[in-house]
Ligand binder design. Sequence first.
Ligand SMILES: [Zn+2]
Length: 182
Amino acid sequence: MITSGAKAEVINRINSICGFTISEEKLPPSIRMAITSLANTLKELELTRQVIIIEEKEYMKKGRTLFRNKKDLEELEKNLITYKEKLNILINKFNERLKELSQEIINDLTKKDYGNKLDEKNYAMESKLIIEPIHCKKCGAQLKLSTTGITKCEYCGTIYKISEYLDLLSDIIENDKKHKIL
Ligand SMILES: [Zn+2]
């Protein structure tokens, strides 16, 4: 899924939560940024899901042919269950963010209706729904998920397995929540 596709998907979901069609260009910059950031997160989630599907296919193939490696097979099976559980948790968190953002949009429109528009600068600080991209823990470079299931930092070469990548993804979605409470 390319970013523009993910963005259209996020806007579609917001429309169905709000119950009306939002026009992006009329929204404040902070909300537009939050939409873009959620679209990037959706793209990450979709990519991760695809990587897990590829791993699963591999597992099915091995399951049919390599019976002698039963231990490896069991290990892979266990990992797949863990990945899917983690991914489901992340998808639920993502959906929560989407609901929060939809509420923020409704609030914004209500404020406008009452002619009580907040100062744009204050409003930008109020919005805490922007999710940072995933960065390498070691060097801080932005990470790009690979479809092979192993992600290598292009800058310092640190390797991240699917489970570690899911943890990083979880961290950025969680951090966002922590900011919101503050
Ligand atoms: Zn790095």
